[in-house]
Ligand binder design. Structure first.
Ligand code: PLP
Length: 395
């Protein structure tokens, strides 16, 4: 009667174990302050523009003439227009019908898999954001992994053995912070077109990119025939608790003679009733003035990331991320295992990070730090961790 695929899921021990170890240490050492560099949530508040837009929308909802009930199926036009304009700034032209507003990227990433048959094969990079693996395991799909490691700077490229129906890519990546360049992404698009695969491209951190790196897979020629893109206001604009995201499903994306855009519309209109008017007004305000408010907040986080990466540079430690991402993924000193390093960092430096092992086999000698803490915590934690790494290296 029940879906037995759920029993094949691994328990999600990562964040609960991190929290438990931190709690136990705190109760055994009540006088010591703990520096949290593991958090994947934002800490700075919503920007002024967003708050004002949401306040105005709340007031409208209290007046008969401006009150709104159920919204437009794919999201309000004003928001889809803003998203379309945002893509235009990357030279990507979208049709409004290709944009679907949702309550966040996690739900869409999980729900989109409903469009594929249970025997579709899935390719997932290792290490990776765990949602891709778990949502496909729930459907009983066969998952193949592609190795991301130091040798490819955590940006794996496909070979013939990697052919699969569904391919997940995340850039900037969680947990590694690595970002694909245009040429590399172009190779993935060519590979997907040659094999009839669909790339599910997670661009949740695209606002963190500076310089000439692709923000969207649709900047790559041919991507509209083989890719779907998932975006989120969570890390872009502090919406982790507000909840809003969007997914782009190109009209040109057709498999087995069926339009995935039409399938997704059918799926969403059957099972989802949209995001609140108030939240969508707030989301549209994120793009005001070229995303100025969001970019200021991101600059603060990225300065934190810079503090971490400069320290790692001076210690000669290998890492990815930091410059175009809120994550820094570094190699544990002396080949240490990531949980072993976690315990040491907690005990000796009182710094909490996330062991790379929690994101996959290839993360097991790496450690993830996030830039979402406040400046003071970041500075103290980085100094303490730097001293610890130097000590461990000395032996
Ligand atoms: N995709 C990646 C790579 C993430 O790291 C996260 C959140 O941490 C999400 C998606 C989920 O985003 P949302 O809050 O929009 O559901």
């Amino acid at each position: 009667m029940i879906n037995k695929n759920y029993s094949a899921l691994k328990e999600s021990y990562l964040f609960s174990t991190v929290a438990r170890k931190q709690r136990e240490f705190a109760s055994e050492n009540p006088s010591l302050k703990i520096y949290k560099m593991s958090i994947g949530d934002v800490t700075l508040p919503l920007s002024k523009e967003v708050v004002e837009a949401m306040n105005k929308a709340v007031a409208e909802m209290g007046v008969k003439e401006t009150f709104r009930g159920y919204g437009d199926e794919q999201g309000y036009r004003f928001l889809r227009e803003s998203i379309k304009e945002h893509y235009r700034s990357y030279n990507v032209e979208l049709d409004e019908k290709e944009i679907f507003v949702s309550d966040g990227a996690k739900s869409d990433l999980g729900n989109f898999t409903e469009l594929f048959s249970a025997d579709a094969t899935v390719l997932v990079p290792d290490p990776v954001y765990p949602v891709y693996v778990d949502s496909n395991m729930m459907a009983g799909r066969r998952i193949k992994y592609i190795k991301a490691d130091k040798t490819n700077s955590f940006l794996p490229m496909p070979s013939e053995d990697d052919a699969a129906d569904i391919i997940y890519l995340c850039s900037p990546n969680n947990p590694t912070g690595a970002v694909y360049g245009r040429k590399e992404l172009g190779k993935w698009v060519d590979f997907a077109l040659a094999h009839g695969s669909v790339i599910l491209f997670d661009a949740a951190y695209e606002f963190f990119i500076d310089g000439d790196l692709p923000h969207s897979i649709f900047e790559i020629e041919g991507a509209k025939e083989c890719a779907v893109e998932f975006c989120s206001f969570s890390k872009t604009a502090g919406f982790t608790g507000v909840r809003c995201g969007y997914t782009v499903v190109p009209e040109k994306l057709v498999r087995d003679g069926v339009s995935l855009n039409k399938m997704w519309l059918r799926r969403q209109t059957t099972k989802f009733n949209g995001v609140s008017y108030i939240v969508q007004r707030g989301a549209a305000a994120v793009f005001a003035d070229g995303g100025k408010g969001a970019k200021e907040t991101i600059r603060y986080y990225k300065e934190n990331a810079g503090i971490i990466t400069r320290a790692l540079d001076s210690l000669g430690v290998f890492y990815t991320g930091g410059s175009n991402s809120p994550y820094v993924f570094f190699e544990c000193p002396n080949g240490m295992d990531s949980w072993e390093f976690f315990d040491l960092a907690l005990k000796r430096a009182q710094v909490v990070g996330t062991p790379g092992a929690g994101f996959g086999e290839n993360g097991k000698k790496f450690f993830r730090l996030t830039a979402f803490s406040d400046r003071e915590t970041t500075m103290i934690a980085t100094e303490r961790l730097g001293n610890l790494i130097a000590d461990v290296k000395k032996g």
